[in-house]
Write a protein that binds this ligand. Structure first.
Ligand SMILES: [Zn+2]
Length: 259
């Protein structure tokens, strides 16, 4: 999906962020635990990405990290699954199911499998995506879940934006990719049917959710996205959506077409 050179450019740009900006972007404790099997270069890129996310949220939303966060970087599927059991207390069956993913965020604990996509831009994208979930939880007092397509779409769209800001693949390229996938099937999933975690299991749910959130960004800009999550602290998802975007959630869901 992306050349090695671009990943190196990305890492270099994120390093510049680290040196050029004040370290006040987070105030909480951040623990990064790295499997022995993770290559040094992959670890360096991942750490630079983590700092790039802190910096992005600080600059774009004025949000500092207030909660402690633990990030586990696993080197392969075997260790990823083991971390899911050890860190989340998941059963063997649960861990087997969850280990089909490449990254997970639960509470303040984030686990990313760097092995499955070694040396690839995608691993950094997944790391960003999971960190966006962390901020969603912090800003909404953990009430970010009722409209799952929003949570996942926002995580994807902001991850794409952060990577672009850092010199990676452009958001436009991601939009093209999501569109091509959605167009490849006769029927795309409807937003109103993507509200629960189970509903998000259907094919192309993430692509559709991402395109919907991109529409909201084109409409109201990036600041509105976290206005929505902050609103969830005090009101339900319908009101939070209306206050952030000036439209009814159910109307938007019904009227949205990805193309
Ligand atoms: Zn997610």
């Amino acid at each position: 999906m992306q050349t090695k050179a671009s990943v190196l450019i990305l890492a270099a740009c994120l390093f510049l962020f680290n040196f050029c900006h004040s370290p006040a972007a987070f105030a909480a404790r951040v623990d990064v635990v790295v499997d022995h099997g993770v290559e040094k270069k992959a670890e360096t890129q991942a750490r630079a990405t983590i700092n790039g996310v802190f910096d992005f949220f600080h600059r774009t939303y004025g949000i500092a990290m207030q909660r402690d966060i633990r990030i586990k970087l696993s080197c392969d599927k075997f260790n990823y699954k083991k971390a899911i059991k050890d860190w989340y207390g998941a059963s063997e069956a649960q861990a087997s199911f969850l280990s089909h993913s490449s990254g997970l965020a639960k509470g303040g604990t984030l686990i990313v499998d760097l092995g499955g996509t070694k040396g690839n831009y995608l691993q950094l994208f997944i790391l960003c995506h999971e960190m966006v979930h962390f901020y969603q939880g912090q800003e909404s007092n953990d009430k970010h879940g009722p409209v799952r397509w929003m949570s996942e779409g926002v995580a994807n769209v902001i991850a794409a934006h952060i990577m672009e800001t850092a010199g990676g693949q452009s958001s436009g390229t991601w939009k093209k990719y999501w569109l091509e996938r959605v167009k490849s099937v006769p029927n795309f999933p409807r937003l109103e049917n993507l509200r629960s975690p189970n509903q998000m299991m259907v094919p192309l749910s993430y692509d559709t959710a991402s395109l919907a959130v991109l529409t909201l960004v084109e409409w109201r800009g990036y600041p509105a996205l976290f206005a929505y999550f902050r609103n969830l602290k005090n009101t339900d998802s319908e009101n939070a959506f209306y206050q952030a975007f000036g439209a009814k959630l159910s109307d938007f869901e019904k009227s949205f077409r990805p193309y």
